[in-house]
Design a protein around this ligand. Sequence first.
Ligand code: ADP
Ligand code: MG
Length: 694
Amino acid sequence: MTLETSIEYVKGIGPERAKLIKNVLGISTVEDFLNFYPIRYLDKSKVHKISQLKDINTDVQLKGKITNIQEVQTGKTKRLSAKFNDDTGSMELVWFQYSKWLKEQLPINKEIYIFGKINVFNNQYSMPHPEIEVEEKKETENRLRPIYPSSEKLTKRGLNQKFFQNILRNICKEIPNLIEENLPEYLIKSFKFLSRQHTFLNIHFPKNLDFFEKANYRLKFEESFFFQLGFGLKKLHHKTKSHGNPFPIIGDYFNNFYENHLPFDLTNAQKRVLKEIRLDMKKPIQMNRLLQGDVGSGKTMVALLTMLIAMDNGFQSCMMAPTEILAQQHYNGIKDLLKDTGINIRLLTGSTKASERKIIHEELENGSLSILVGTHAVLEDKVKFKNLGLAIIDEQHRFGVAQRAKLWAKNKVPPHILVMTATPIPRTLAMSFYSDLDVSVIDEMPVGRKPIITAHRREKDRLFVYNFCRDEIKKGRQVYFVYPLIEESETLDYKNLMEGLEHVMQYFSSYNVSMLHGRMKPDEKDAAMNYFASRKAEIMVATTVIEVGVNVPNASVMVIESAERFGLSQLHQLRGRVGRGAEQSYCILMTSDKLSTESRTRIKTMTETNDGFKISEVDMQLRGPGDILGTQQSGVIDFKRLDLVNDSEIIKNTKKIVEKILETDPLLSRTENQIIKNYYLKYYKGKNKWSKIS
Ligand code: ADP
Ligand code: MG
């Protein structure tokens, strides 16, 4: 038997079953079977009592006697029913399919152990198809029985847990000939790992819980380790192969702005991140950096300072935002900051007029335009730069990979790339999924920012909420009312929004209300936005269109209607629309009275913390990592054992270890690392088509 041996030749399988197993479980070799891990174990060292049974669908072991057997006919079907007693009560054992042999062999009035799932039938506990062991034969060791993922289709054809256990027992006997070590001695020693052979033995047939934990730990470690190794090697490869324009100069543009025009002191986090970016761009290697920072943490200023460094080195910059409103805001903000510097900056979006477009094209090509802000309109082929040196992308997850790739092609030597996202990605996810990128984090808010106060209110509190809003408006503040957007039913959204609008207009009849939703044309949206931003309207009623980046510092109250229908990251984004000025801001989450457990957790999390990272961790626990990355990318993190939610320690550790190994031995050429290299080349190389942000 080798790892490649087809399962057809494993004792107990044969060609027919092999085919079935392959079709249903995708297992075709001995190696596949070894990697077919139990989903759980049945603990045979515990004996339950009938009188204490509570949960159905759990596996239990009971000790007692069968006192009576009968065949029961209902309609066309026959079942075998046995009465089972222990010293606390009785229950039914039942077989829906059974042989004559079974019927005759059932031990009556003998002390036995039975195992199986508890069911309720006719208001009585029952156990279908129990496994039976006569007491004197009871095993004393290896009491954790593996339970494998199976399916009805297989069980029906006799391929039940007992079958899988037998097959794996047969295969495990061969482990000494099959399994080779894949980690070097120094790692095994320092982590006190089980050997790889013992790992497989104990994952299938754990000696005890302690050994299971050890085996499981090692498998998680291996998964994370080789995954990180792949990323590490890729990153090295990128660094040695991807040319970039070095930006060694910090010159007049940067210094003049920094000394004379910076309207505030940078936070320490902003300074640190800026330094990380500067170090990257100094090198003749393309920067590939993800900048994470909570809403309002001041990413735009970092972006601007980075663009000034590009200018100091004679290069143009381009900043791309996912929506017209956002591009406009970036443009206005940056233009305002640069107003006394004479630096040429322009805005290019879908609605830019032809005459302006012409100027932009000319100025980009002759190099007199230094900074272009825009939507994906900047990606069009007609948009050519003289020397694009830096591309900044705001709100990363809204652009597709293909779109970003277009930016690369805009210069002979690809521009440095800085991707900014306000949706913090949980650290474990960032470390694994984005570990081929460099990540910078702004984890500090500008001083003087008052944390937003978040409250949960229900329909019965509506009048109270409205009164509160009115009081804020009287103080000179502005208020948002946001309604959920359900993609499947735009009509319903629209109706909700209109009803909401009517409600609000009725109650706040002495104030002006602006409205913003996805059905409006770009210039209508702009007009609505400006109406609110210029304080002509005290109230903005909107769908989630305003989620991304909108900046009206005077708005201090965000009322989110039907808040239970929003995801956590969306709620956090929406909340970030307030708290941008010096005033105390509020976020009010309106929900119906009945909430699911998950909704309740979301709402509670929101009222308890303003920290985007904490929120993203909870979000990952609720939705799983796949949903956070988006379906398109979730296959990438298809780990068998490693759990991105709970194994952050392992991920952190392996990342460090891999970094250390590659630092001293980037080609894995040292003798002690051969074992890693060989395993990697055999199992991992070419298998990870990971994210590349640019
Ligand atoms: P985001 O990270 O969400 O893009 P912005 O860059 O829009 O945040 O910044 C939010 C607000 O904070 C802006 O009004 C900006 O001028 C201000 N700001 C940024 N950095 C600082 C700072 N260091 N001190 C004070 N205010 C700052
Ligand atoms: Mg922003």
